[in-house]
Each structure stands twice: as structure tokens, then as C-alpha cells.
Design a protein around this ligand. Structure first.
Ligand SMILES: Nc1nc(=O)c2c([nH]1)NC[C@@H]1CN(c3ccc(C(=O)N[C@@H](CCC(=O)O)C(=O)O)cc3)CN21
Ligand SMILES: CC(C)C(=O)C(=O)O
Ligand SMILES: [Mg+2]
Length: 262
């Protein structure tokens, strides 16, 4: 079983962490058996499974349902679940109520999106026994504020702010930091500055681990996949083969290459 201490050990020993999104039991078993370290029940299911244009319409009840059916198919991997939009931003108490439901559904850790204003929420959950992953950079629940899915952390002051946010969340007890769609050089700097593991998506090869959306990496997403994702079905004859190729590419540091980075 992968636990928090496994992940810390992997960072220390420079073994890369392979993570994928997963929304249901059959894929959970397949990914688990292929050696994926962390299964993320991402609110991206609003786009991949439900066909919405953003992650905003996803409800906490839906996240709990998907967490339950992923957890049921998982033996070894760590199960990480996204807090849905509106289920944690109001107060740290609201966040605890929502996170506790995801934990009861089978999550081992919850992920929240946010910068400095979320630090006290991270602390509140962590102190109450809920491991937290903080998602920084392109936080998709803020797509309307960003004006689109755009690269974040560009320029000195944005980079400095992101590094500061990461350090503050770590100090507040975050077990892991996930960085999305930021310059590779910044993600490298953050990874070196932290003791906890970092996971990147569109954040370059120097994070402690990588994540992709499952539907992008097997080439079945109906919308347009981001530039940083890669279709691992190319050259493979089965989904199992594609998943194994992804795990291997993350572990040996050949994914992401420069064409999948910013
Ligand atoms: N299928 C899918 N894959 C994802 O990676 C993903 C989701 N859905 N849903 C939730 C968020 C949204 N994400 C996205 C979506 C689009 C871009 C995108 O199109 N980015 C531009 C770069 C823009 C720029 O250069 O500033 C690109 O061309 O990739 C990025 C992240 C990542 N997440
Ligand atoms: C893109 C990943 C990191 C995510 O948050 C999701 O799948 O919802
Ligand atoms: Mg998400």
C-alpha cells in the first residue's frame, strides 16, 4: 500500500511518482495493477465523463460517488480526491465537512485549489487528520477569473507568489503540492525548495511526480486535449500497454519532454 511515508521516501530517493486520474472501478484495478502510484478522482470528470466545458458544475455528491467506486477497485495505490467547486471555499469548517465525506467514501487524501487564502484551510484539515494536496498554478475552478486555461506563474512577481504559496501550504502541513501549467523552471525551483513531494501537469520534468488526465493519455477525450498531455496509445495495442508505457516514461524521466512543457 502506498502511504504518505512511501511518497516522502520516493522524493528523498528520487524515484518519480506516477499519478493518473481515474473515475471508476475497472480502470482503478487496471491502473493499480500497472503500477500507478496515485489515482486521482479529479473534478475533470465534469469535462471527460459529463461533457461540461469546465469543472464548475461537478457536485460533492458526484465526487463522493466516484471516489467510492474507484476505492473499491484499488488495492495498492493511494486514492486522492478533488474537493469540488463550492464545497470548501466558504470556510475551513465547510471544507472539513466536505473533506470528511470524501474520506468516508474511501479517499486517503483530498486536493483543494488555492493560493495563500487557502493556507488556513490546509492547516485546519491537516490538524484534524485529513492529508491535503494543494493545487497551484492553473487552478481550473478559477477558469473564469483567469479568462481561459492559460499558463500561470509567468513573470517574476507571479513566480515569487507561487513559490511563497507553496512554502506556506507546506508549513501549514500540506502532504503534497500539485502544480499545473506553469514554466518548467519555476516548478523545478519549487520542487527543490520543498520537503514534501510535488506533482506536475504541464509543469516540466523536474517535479517529483507527474499526473495526466486518463482520457487524454489514451486519446479518448471528446474535447481538445491540452498541449502538455500526450497520447500514450500511439505504438501500443492495448490500454494496459499505454498505461505501462506512461508509468515507465514517468519513472525514467522521459515524460514530459520539452514539447509537453512550458
Ligand atoms: N481532458 C482534460 N484534460 C486536462 O488536462 C484537464 C481537464 N480535462 N479538465 C480540467 C483541467 C483543465 N485543463 C486545461 C485545459 C486546457 C488547457 C489548454 O488548452 N491550454 C493551452 C495553453 C494556453 C497557453 O499557452 O497559455 C494549450 O494549448 O494547451 C490547459 C489545461 C487541465 N485539466
Ligand atoms: C488535472 C488534474 C490535476 C485535476 O485536478 C483533475 O483531473 O481534476
Ligand atoms: Mg481537479
Amino acid at each position: 500500500m502506498i502511504t504518505l511515508s512511501t511518497l516522502q521516501k520516493m522524493k528523498k530517493e528520487q524515484q518519480k511518482i506516477a499519478m493518473l486520474t481515474c473515475y471508476e472501478a475497472s480502470f482503478a484495478t487496471l491502473l493499480d495493477e500497472a503500477g500507478v502510484d496515485i489515482l486521482l478522482i479529479g473534478d475533470s470528470l465534469g469535462m471527460t465523463v459529463q461533457g461540461h466545458f469546465s469543472t464548475l458544475p461537478v457536485t460533492l455528491e458526484q465526487m463522493c460517488y466516484h471516489t467510492e467506486i474507484v476505492a473499491r477497485g484499488t488495492k495498492n495505490a493511494l486514492v486522492l480526491a478533488d474537493l469540488s467547486f463550492g464545497s470548501y471555499q466558504k470556510s475551513k469548517e465547510q471544507a472539513f465537512d466536505s473533506a470528511s465525506k470524501l474520506m468516508a467514501a474511501g479517499a486517503h487524501m483530498v486536493k483543494l485549489e488555492g493560493g495563500s487564502y487557502m493556507v488556513e484551510t490546509t492547516r485546519f484539515l491537516q490538524e484534524r487528520g485529513i492529508p491535503v494536496c494543494t493545487h497551484l498554478g492553473l487552478t481550473p475552478q478559477s477558469v473564469n477569473a483567469f479568462g481561459g486555461y492559460k499558463v500561470q506563474g509567468k513573470g517574476d512577481s507571479a513566480a515569487k507568489q507561487l513559490l511563497e504559496d507553496a512554502k506556506q501550504h507546506e508549513q501549514a502541513g500540506a502532504a503534497m503540492i500539485l502544480m499545473e501549467c506553469i514554466p518548467a523552471s519555476l516548478a523545478k525551483e519549487v520542487t527543490a525548495a520543498l520537503h514534501c513531494p510535488t506533482i506536475g501537469i504541464g509543469a516540466g520534468v523536474d517535479c517529483d511526480g507527474q499526473v495526466l488526465v486518463l482520457h487524454d493519455m489514451i486519446g479518448i477525450y471528446a474535447g481538445k486535449s491540452p498541449k502538455f498531455s500526450k497520447n500514450f496509445m500511439e505504438g501500443q495495442t492495448s490500454i494496459q500497454g499505454a498505461i505501462s508505457a506512461y508509468v515507465k516514461a514517468v519513472k525514467d524521466g522521459t515524460f514530459p519532454s520539452l514539447e509537453h512543457s512550458f
